[in-house]
Design a protein around this ligand. Structure first.
Ligand code: XMP
Length: 177
């Protein structure tokens, strides 16, 4: 275990098993071809790479650079789209993949933007769902794990850009923050 990790919350084996399960649910919904997967960078990179390879359907993959945390452990409350060009989704079925649903702000903003661009349908899939009240905010359509409201790292999730490569989801040591 990495020295900055207090405890492992979800290990690699648990992640693999749950991803198999969520992939089956996704396939039940997106069995027909023509899906556009939109990966929110950089947090969803690891999760999405593993999930997409479990979906035997013809898809295209797009990435969106989104910023809401600015390297801290609290959301800035503002979602910024950092790309100059948005993906072409007009008339397409879209599945957004993100690492974690926290306040729900990011997912709402991205989902609204893709609908505005003419997507015929927008659904969302997250690795982690923080258990918390989100009055008026969107929930994820598909989620692998529900977790308590604490700051987590690993399997794509970072603290100041680090720890994305850890093969598990863990809670950071307070003294390392
Ligand atoms: P919102 O609040 O918009 O947040 O749902 C979504 C984005 O915030 C980041 N986030 C985290 N990143 N550990 C992280 O490394 C966390 O515990 C955490 N909570 C939120 C993440 O980038 C997500 O896409």
């Amino acid at each position: 275990m990495h020295r900055d990790v207090e405890r492992i919350l979800i290990n690699g084996e648990e992640i693999r098993e749950r991803l198999d399960c969520v992939a089956k649910n996704l396939m039940a919904e997106f069995a027909s071809d023509g899906l556009v997967v939109v990966i929110l960078l950089k947090g969803a990179l690891v999760f999405a790479a593993d999930m997409c390879r479990r979906l035997p359907v013809t898809m295209t993959v797009e990435c969106l650079n989104i910023s809401s945390y600015h390297g801290n452990i609290k959301t800035s409350g503002k979602v910024e789209f950092l790309d100059r060009k948005m993906p072409e989704v007009e008339g397409k079925k879209v599945l957004i993949m993100d690492d974690i649903l926290d306040t729900g702000l990011t997912m709402c903003a991205v989902s609204d933007a893709l609908l505005e661009l003419g997507a015929s349908e927008v659904r969302s899939c997250v690795l982690l769902n923080k258990r918390k009240e989100r009055a008026g905010m969107c929930e994820a359509d598909f989620k692998a794990f529900d977790i308590d409201d604490e700051f987590v790292i690993g399997y794509g999730l970072d603290y100041q850009g680090r720890y994305r490569n850890l093969p598990y989801v863990g809670v950071m040591k307070q003294e390392s923050i």
